[in-house]
Design a protein around this ligand. Structure first.
Ligand code: SAM
Length: 280
């Protein structure tokens, strides 16, 4: 039986959506993680709540807008937020294969708490990547610097062991949109990648949607074809689309129906595109 099917057989929840190697569950990720077998997942990409939807303001397209993204992003206070991050990171570590890796993305609102929990749980830190956003919105108050990056922490399950890193592809591959990456030189830990293009939002947008280019780079760097990738906070399933584009198997979880529906639309659109290309 194929590895992904074997894993899904352990999950009592009915998939919200399942097509080929792309599956979505609607539940709290802790409830799905506890049903997954130990040592079964090759790579996890997690983009957890930022805990910043607490009534502040930011700038979008030159206008002042609320930072509130939804109830799922409200802070539970310092201790409550830490408890949450510790719990999902602990559950992820159990299901990762030995040598499996996990990526966490976030801003200072969440990433340091995740980093603390990562170290407390015994993961091994491989890199912290600065994802630089060349066209970030300006700072409204003019009293501090313009926030223009997010941090991605990349870790291995165990302190020792061998993880996957497609070094040659990162060094010699074509990354034409990243002005920091010089041809045939090692890829650095600062990546210049623009926010999602308009075409990535044609079915509506998720408030913290990641660009497909970011997830494609992560998938190509740290997995091989047919690997099983889990995203416990799937949102609009950018991770899932990057998996479909690169022949990886995807398991996505989210609590919100509207984001799972958006994920389904994005998946079906990509599937149509790929099928049309095959016909040409
Ligand atoms: C930062 S967003 C992820 C965005 C995603 N990377 C994308 O490109 O669209 C976090 C997502 O986690 C979901 N979420 C929040 N708490 C959750 C939980 N306990 N279990 C599963 N999903 C959760 C939210 O609904 C939201 O869609």
């Amino acid at each position: 039986m194929p590895a992904q099917k074997k894993i899904l057989n352990n999950i009592k929840d009915k998939p919200y959506f399942l097509k080929d190697n792309f599956v979505l569950y609607k539940n709290d990720c802790l409830k799905i993680l506890e049903q997954l077998p130990e040592n079964s997942i090759d790579m996890i990409f997690a983009d957890p709540p930022y805990n910043l939807s607490n009534g502040g303001f930011t700038v979008h397209a030159g206008r002042q807008v609320s930072v509130n993204k939804g109830d799922w992003d409200k802070s539970k206070g310092f201790n409550g937020d830490y408890k949450f991050h510790y719990a999902w990171l602990e559950a992820c570590r159990r299901v990762l294969k030995p040598g499996g890796t996990l990526w966490v993305s976030g801003t200072y609102h969440s990433i340091y708490q995740c980093g603390h929990a990562i170290q407390a749980l015994g993961y091994h830190i491989l890199n912290d990547i600065a994802w630089f956003k060349p066209n970030a919105s300006p700072n409204l108050s003019c009293r501090f610097f313009t926030a223009s990056h997010e941090t991605l922490i990349w870790v291995r399950k165990e302190k020792t062991g061998k993880h996957k890193f497609n070094y040659g592809l990162m060094k010699n591959g074509a990354w034409p949109d990243d002005f920091i990456k010089k041809p045939n030189l090692q890829m650095r830990s600062v990546w210049a990648i623009n926010p999602p293009k308009n075409g990535e939002k044609k079915f509506g947008k998720h408030p913290t949607q990641k660009p497909i280019d970011l997830l494609v780079r992560i998938i190509l760097a740290s997995t091989n074809e047919n690997d099983i990738v889990l995203d416990p906070f799937a949102g609009s399933s950018t991770t899932g689309l990057a998996c479909v584009l690169n022949n990886r198997k995807f398991i996505g979880v989210d609590t919100e129906k509207k984001y799972l529906d958006l994920s389904k639309k994005r998946f079906k659109d990509l599937e149509r595109d790929l099928n049309n290309k095959l016909k040409i």
